[in-house]
Design a protein around this ligand. Structure first.
Ligand code: OAD
Length: 247
């Protein structure tokens, strides 16, 4: 059932009704939810991967080859994200968490904006840009510095630090992925917001929820490869649509 022919009002009404009946809600977000805050997405006409090659900036090989370049990229993103604010969509999800009995927010975003907005039960499956990990002693710490410098070093052992994010070719944290999968299997309603739905294993979560009988609705500016398998796609900006769903 993929009801693109329903009016916008009918779509909103249907998702609202499902949310009101739900015991467990999962929201899966991607870069699109932060776009209205001014954080560039990865794909699309002005996406980061239109201007830079992921293989130069977001792989373990790129970091081994040229850690200065990779750190310059992450310092640029830190600076940019430090200047922006969470938006109406991030805030509406905080309200949703307070309204439904069970709520899990699974995000692919590393910008930390969901946490800044106040979301509590949050799984950051691709890591967090504001955390660093030592490549020698593996210690993970939070560092909110806007500029980490050219080649930041571990305060404990002097080893080179890396951003604590998941790069292409790396595995996700198994415990986090298990939690996300358990939540997807157990939910009554899943909202899939602002993700192109092409990066696995996260892109499998909507199908996992659907396979267990959940109602799965997508909110995106355009249809995605996930759309045909979901119950509903609401075309629009997350900041316009999500507040209407929780009003
Ligand atoms: P993408 O950049 O691939 O997709 C962003 C999606 O958001 C697109 O489908 C847009 O149509 C949609 N979009 C843009 N603006 C929107 C708005 N205002 N409201 C609603 N939707 C909007 O970002 P992700 O799907 O998050 O991985 O990318 C997945 C992963 O690929 C990222 O986590 C990152 C990236 O490379 C790693 O770094 C491992």
């Amino acid at each position: 059932m993929h009801q693109v022919t329903m009016s916008r009002e009918e779509q909103i009404g249907l998702v609202k009704a499902r949310l009101q009946q739900a015991q467990e809600v999962v929201v899966l977000t991607g870069a699109g939810i932060s776009a209205e805050s001014g954080v560039p997405t990865f794909r699309g006409d002005d996406g980061i991967w239109q201007h830079y090659r992921a293989t130069d900036l977001a792989t373990p090989e790129a970091f081994a080859r040229d850690p200065e370049l990779v750190w310059a990229f992450y310092n640029w993103r830190r600076e940019l994200i430090s200047r922006v604010e969470e938006n109406r969509a991030h805030r509406a999800l905080v309200v949703l968490e307070q309204t439904v009995p069970g709520f899990t927010l699974v995000t692919q975003n590393v910008d930390g904006l969901h946490r800044r907005a106040g979301s509590k039960n949050l799984i950051e499956v691709h890591g967090n840009l504001w955390r660093v990990q030592c490549t020698e002693c593996a210690r993970i710490s939070v560092d909110m510095s806007v500029d980490m410098g050219v080649l930041p070093k571990c305060k404990d052992c002097g080893g080179l630090l890396r951003p604590d994010v998941v790069w292409f070719g790396e595995s996700l944290d198994g415990r986090l992925l298990n939690r996300a999968e358990d939540a997807a299997r157990a939910c009554d309603v899943m909202l899939v917001v602002g993700t192109s739905g092409i990066v696995y294993p996260v892109a499998f979560l909507p199908a996992l929820a659907k396979g267990k009988g959940a109602f799965v609705a997508e909110i995106n500016m355009e249809e995605t490869p996930l759309s045909p398998g979901l119950d509903l796609t609401i075309l629009g900006k997350a900041g316009d649509v999500i507040p209407l769903l929780v009003a």
